[in-house]
Design a protein around this ligand. Sequence first.
Ligand SMILES: NC(=O)c1ccc[n+]([C@@H]2O[C@H](COP(=O)([O-])OP(=O)(O)OC[C@H]3O[C@@H](n4cnc5c(N)ncnc54)[C@H](OP(=O)(O)O)[C@@H]3O)[C@@H](O)[C@H]2O)c1
Length: 234
Amino acid sequence: MDGRSPNHGGLSRGNILDSVRACLDRLQTDRIDLLYFHRFDASEPPEESLSAVDGLVRQDLVRYFAVSNFTVANLKLYQRLEADFGVRCRVQAVQNRFDILHGEGNRCPGVLEYVARAGLSFVAYGPLARGLLTARHLDPAKAGPGDRLYDESALDRDMAGPVRDRLLGLAALACEWDLELSQLALVHLMALPGMGPPIPSASSVEQLESNAAAGRVEFTDDQRAQVRAVLETR
Ligand SMILES: NC(=O)c1ccc[n+]([C@@H]2O[C@H](COP(=O)([O-])OP(=O)(O)OC[C@H]3O[C@@H](n4cnc5c(N)ncnc54)[C@H](OP(=O)(O)O)[C@@H]3O)[C@@H](O)[C@H]2O)c1
């Protein structure tokens, strides 16, 4: 993490143990509930990384283990090693990118389906497409400085193709069902097979409360079909 030496990044035993100690210290706590590997590290033997986490689990410094930005091949490799070595740190969840407009994207395709079959939990990051799946971008003329996607010059790219029409269609359904567009996006996403808890970020207490409220809503089969039809608009 210091950006200066190879031992301060990646999934070597030394870096994992040092990082966990530093994390416990920063958080002023004596255990981590869920430890994530941020991404696969092809430069370290996976046996070394897994045995480091196994040791942390045995000491009860870490309760559960998960990974992020993993492909299906990465997951299969870890699961084979878990079985071969009988480690206690089985992967419980996979935190990968997913939103209902773009799906998984092309970096880690097929992971949601794999996770559903393997009985793991998919934790969707970027579930609001970084703010695109909210009512604020329906009128591009209203976007301006201070707006995250506008500041990142990402709006034109993100609104390309049929995205705008799909957003308008979803917004109409959300209005009919007395929901916010962002809530509709979360409710639909959470019902997909294999999907665990999404982790939308929030810039205000209002956003946090609105996102949390989506957890209490469930769509009927007919509502899900209507959302799917809009998402297939060409
Ligand atoms: N594992 C990884 O590699 C990885 C990579 C990226 C992100 N993540 C994690 O994923 C989480 C979310 O990602 P993200 O922030 O990129 O994308 P996101 O959750 O799709 O988008 C969040 C943005 O949407 C807007 N928003 C949220 N709730 C809203 C609401 N109720 N109404 C209106 N607008 C709302 C806010 O925009 P404004 O700020 O403009 O208000 C907020 O910044 C974060 O916790 C992040 O740490 C993980």
